[in-house]
Design a protein around this ligand. Structure first.
Ligand code: FMN
Length: 154
């Protein structure tokens, strides 16, 4: 399987987590890419790859800076994502009670609306917790890989 880890960030936490996920995947997988969402053309998304999306929340439940150009390009292109499978890991802070971790959900809604299928648990990291984001993401990864390798998601 080919993997792409995508991240949307404002202060770098999602990037660190994405790089750690990429490094873990490279221990067993040959084709692993890690990209900032701002460098990704939505038209290039392909069902041939499995995507892991790591995205934080900023403003008032909004997308972080680097995910905004991607979302705008996505809305303009509305790519057909039929057959594409992905997993989602959202970052937020329960201090922002009403908008907790909603940034990633803006990407999630767009992917599912275009026919992509999310697999595995929806991962989340709360900046108000004592947990390290990468620890949680690396605990979350095996469950995702298990579902991703099932024939329906392959
Ligand atoms: C100005 C600001 C606004 C934020 N707004 C929200 C929010 O509305 N909801 C939320 O769950 N987290 C919010 N957060 C928390 C971030 O999502 C959290 O700190 C995350 O780890 C940042 O990840 P990043 O470095 O990848 O951007 C906000 C953080 C900042 C600094």
């Amino acid at each position: 399987m080919k993997f792409t880890v995508l991240y949307g960030t404002e202060s770098g936490n999602s990037e660190l987590i994405a790089e750690d996920l990429g490094a873990k995947l490279r221990e067993t997988e040959l084709d692993v890419e890690v990209h900032d969402l701002q460098d990704v053309d939505p038209a290039d998304l392909t069902p041939e790859r499995f995507y892991l999306v790591v995205c934080s929340t900023h403003g008032d439940g909004d997308l972080p800076n680097t995910a905004i150009p991607f979302a705008e390009a996505f809305d303009a292109a509305l790519p057909d994502l039929t057959g594409l499978h992905y997993a989602m890991f959202g970052l937020g802070d329960t201090f922002y009670e009403a908008t907790y971790s909603q940034g990633s959900e803006h990407i999630d809604r767009r992917f599912t609306a275009q026919g992509a299928v999310r697999v595995g648990e929806y991962g989340r990291h709360d900046a108000s917790s004592w947990d390290l984001g990468s620890d949680l993401a690396l605990e979350w990864l095996p469950g995702v890989l298990e579902v991703a390798s099932e024939p329906a998601a392959a």
